[in-house]
Design a protein around this ligand. Structure first.
Ligand code: FAD
Ligand code: DLZ
Ligand code: SF4
Length: 501
């Protein structure tokens, strides 16, 4: 008797554990487009197109490889709208004896699917979930750097025997250059929609017209071959300067030297280890400096694996963490982009148009603002999960709750990523076109990041005083005259009352 192999929309990898366990001669691959997955948060339109088009292309590739694929489309009148409903319907249709699947990337689905499917480990990651839990157990705080060194040793990437290549594990201090000139900046590789993508574009336009985000222009890769081309293009055009300009931001230059591959990697269209080996090869061939190669590899085998480990280790309760007791609702301008703050406007507008913002835009602009203003981390989490093409909960939630909002009380990050306008002024050109004055620290024209920064320090003084990396700022606040403290509090609260409705 045949079994069903359910392949999810972010499991588009030929070597997936469930496909490895299957038998082409008798098992049937089930792929299902379902409304529930597009609406559990209201995903950006481009993200839905990316996932559905990549699913359709992957189904084609599996058929060409000899698999029998049962593909349920979103507009099939019999579609039940949920993965469980489609799995049960397909089981009856094929009289299958059971359903196997690679474990999903979210607690929400894990809890549902483990009741009706046999789940296999997701072997596309370097660190398995139990191994990470064993490593993490009993540690007071988790530091990515320690985990990263284990991963370097495990993979042999950038190693010379037992020592790190170049004599250092981490070259981050070379990676903080302010923005470069705009001439000769690379662009990510773009692909014109084929007939399959065009059909999905029409479907999403008709079915999800009120979801956030622009549909056109749609230029993402939707096949493995295209994703590999896009990555090869980054190796040639972006990697050499990736390290140096990793933290820079420029109005109108949205991608700078970033790879724009997380969206492909998270769907399974690219293989993380093969990418890192290719990056190491560029360094060994003398085409890029070690700070770029190491910086890129650290993001993939360090941060990406580390946040996934934390997600599964912490369990569903992590989504409720709110150590700083932040309860302000998400301001409407996170959806509209209509704000006088030029940095926020630029990052949100680009998010609406591209379903993309790079790490520092997410962390130090939209994330930093929410942290300083005391926005509810749960509402912010739902925003990040909805608006980016690469957003899946296993990677988005720890980045938002842990790294960006410090809502886990310092489990993931050693200090809150809180910064005043001076940081944004140094790393971007946003302040030049802003209604606010980044140099002003008080008064109606003062940059809101400046006002809110001190408000944040004052609100959390007792907690931050105990953190060696923040204590200095609390001492500065303590040293302000009481009238100055009162004025700063007043200005910050006036801003919050005026703008955060
Ligand atoms: P590059 O800058 O070129 O980096 C290369 C790769 O490294 C990325 O493709 C990504 O796979 C990996 N990477 C880099 N930083 C991280 C990180 N902190 N965590 C995990 N992987 C990392 N990344 C996601 O993939 N999905 C998300 O939903 C997501 N949400 C985020 C939310 C917040 C609040 C923050 C601060 C960061 C988030 N990140 C997320 C991490 C990071 O911002 C993106 O991976 C990166 O911007 C993707 O663009 P890129 O491919 O051009 O990355
Ligand atoms: C994100 C997404 C979307 C929009 N649609 C589907 C779908 O129709 N069918 C499917 O199998 N998967 C989809 N996905 C991806 C899932 O949401 C993803 O597998 C889970 O969030 C687990 O990471
Ligand atoms: Fe952002 Fe402040 Fe600069 Fe305006 S002045 S762009 S609000 S950092």
């Amino acid at each position: 008797m045949s079994r069903l192999i359910l392949v999810l929309g972010d499991q588009l990898t030929p070597s997936l554990s469930s496909l490895q366990a299957g038998d082409k001669a008798q098992d049937i691959v089930l792929m299902a487009e379902v409304g529930a997955e597009a609406t559990y948060v209201r995903h950006h339109k481009k993200k839905i197109v990316l996932v559905l088009s990549a699913m359709r292309h992957f189904a084609q590739a599996l058929r060409a490889d000899g698999w029998q694929v049962d593909y349920v489309r979103l507009d099939d009148p019999a579609n039940t709208g949920s993965l469980r409903g489609e799995a049960e319907r397909a089981r009856r249709r094929h009289q299958a004896e059971g359903i196997i699947a690679t474990e999903p990337g979210e607690w929400r689905l894990m809890q549902d699917m483990r009741v009706w499917a046999q789940l296999l480990s997701d072997t596309r990651f370097l660190a398995d979930r139990d191994g990470f839990a064993r490593w993490a157990q009993g540690r007071k705080a988790l530091r990515m750097e320690h985990f990263y060194r284990l991963m370097r040793r495990k993979t042999g990437l950038l190693m010379e025997g037992d020592q790190p290549a170049g004599g250092q594990w981490n070259f981050d201090h070379d990676n903080r250059a302010p923005p470069p000139g705009v001439l000769g900046l690379p662009q990510p590789m773009r692909f014109a929609p084929d007939s399959i993508t065009q059909e999905v574009l029409d479907l999403v336009a008709a079915r999800f017209p009120d979801h956030f985000g622009d549909l056109a222009p749609f230029w993402f890769a939707t096949t493995r071959d295209q994703a590999e081309q896009a990555f090869a293009h980054f190796l040639r055009s972006g990697l050499a300067d990736f390290g140096r300009y990793q933290d820079a931001m420029l109005t109108g230059h949205r991608f700078l030297f970033h790879s724009v591959v997380s969206l492909y990697l998270n769907l399974g269209l690219l293989d993380p280890l093969a990418m890192c080996r290719a990056v190491e090869g560029e360094w060994r061939a003398g085409r890029v400096a070690i700070n770029s190669a190491e910086g890129f590899i650290r993001q993939i085998i360090g941060w990406r694996e580390f946040v996934r480990g934390i997600y599964w280790w912490q369990g569903p309760a992590y989504a409720q963490a709110n150590a700083l007791d932040a309860h302000r609702p998400l301001p409407w301008f996170y959806w509209s982009g209509e704000t006088s703050m030029a940095c926020m406007r630029a990052c949100i507008t680009q998010t609406r148009e591209e379903a993309y913002a790079h790490h520092i835009q997410r962390l130090m602009v939209t994330g930093n603002f929410a942290l300083l203003a005391g926005i509810d981390p749960r509402a912010l989490h739902e925003w990040y999960l909805a608006v980016y093409a690469d957003a899946f909960e296993w990677v988005e939630l720890p980045n938002t709750v842990g790294m960006s909002q410090y809502a886990d009380g310092g489990l993931l990050a050693s200090k809150p990523y809180a910064a005043s306008g001076a940081y944004i002024a140094r790393m971007s050109d946003y302040c030049g076109s802003c209604a606010y004055d980044v140099k002003a620290k008080e008064g109606a024209r003062a940059c809101p990041f400046n006002l809110l920064y001190w408000h944040f320090i004052a609100r959390h003084a007792e907690r931050l005083r105990k953190n060696p990396r923040m204590a200095q700022m609390v001492r500065i606040w303590d040293g302000f005259a009481p009238e100055r403290q009162a004025q700063l509090r007043h200005d910050a609260e006036a801003f919050l009352a005026r703008e955060l409705v």
